[in-house]
Design a protein around this ligand. Structure first.
Ligand SMILES: [Zn+2]
Length: 142
């Protein structure tokens, strides 16, 4: 399990831009708080080869899954605390719970910097959850 700014990074598939090339379906880990996104460590090598190849080819878009068999990829995410497949709101709620627990600890030990950081994180997470729920609602009513 990897960590970013204190929140645990989530496993997913995403589209990454490398110079002029867009690479789709890349296994990634990302931070739900600050949006930092990294190529999943287990496929960094494949990713580098693919983007070099795409640049040599002047391809503006490639699909990672066309070049690398990603069928076994769910196993990659076993080291992540969770994936966002279909239950992003649950994931966010879980991260909010964790942050609330930590905030309790921070208050107990009177660490004000940490409290501020956690409050900031909570705000971003709940904002994200609010937006997600709003989007989910509009999809349902459409
Ligand atoms: Zn972060």
């Amino acid at each position: 399990m990897s960590f970013c700014c204190g929140a645990s990074m989530l496993g997913s598939f995403g589209t990454l831009r490398h110079y002029k090339t867009l690479v789709h379906n890349v296994p990634i880990v990302y931070c739900p708080v600050c949006d930092r996104m990294d190529v999943h460590p287990a496929v960094e090598g494949e990713f580098e080869i693919l983007v070099e190849y795409a640049q040599g080819d002047n391809a503006s878009e490639v699909d990672f899954s066309d070049f690398v068999n990603i069928d076994h990829m769910p196993e990659l995410f076993e080291n992540c605390s969770m994936t966002d497949q279909g239950n992003y709101d649950e994931v966010l709620k879980h991260q909010i719970d964790i942050a609330l627990d930590l905030l309790g600890v921070a208050k107990q030990i009177n660490n004000e910097d940490w409290q501020l950081e956690l409050k900031d994180r909570l705000q971003k997470l709940s904002e994200r959850l609010r937006k997600y729920n709003k989007r989910a609602e509009s999809t349902r009513s459409a």
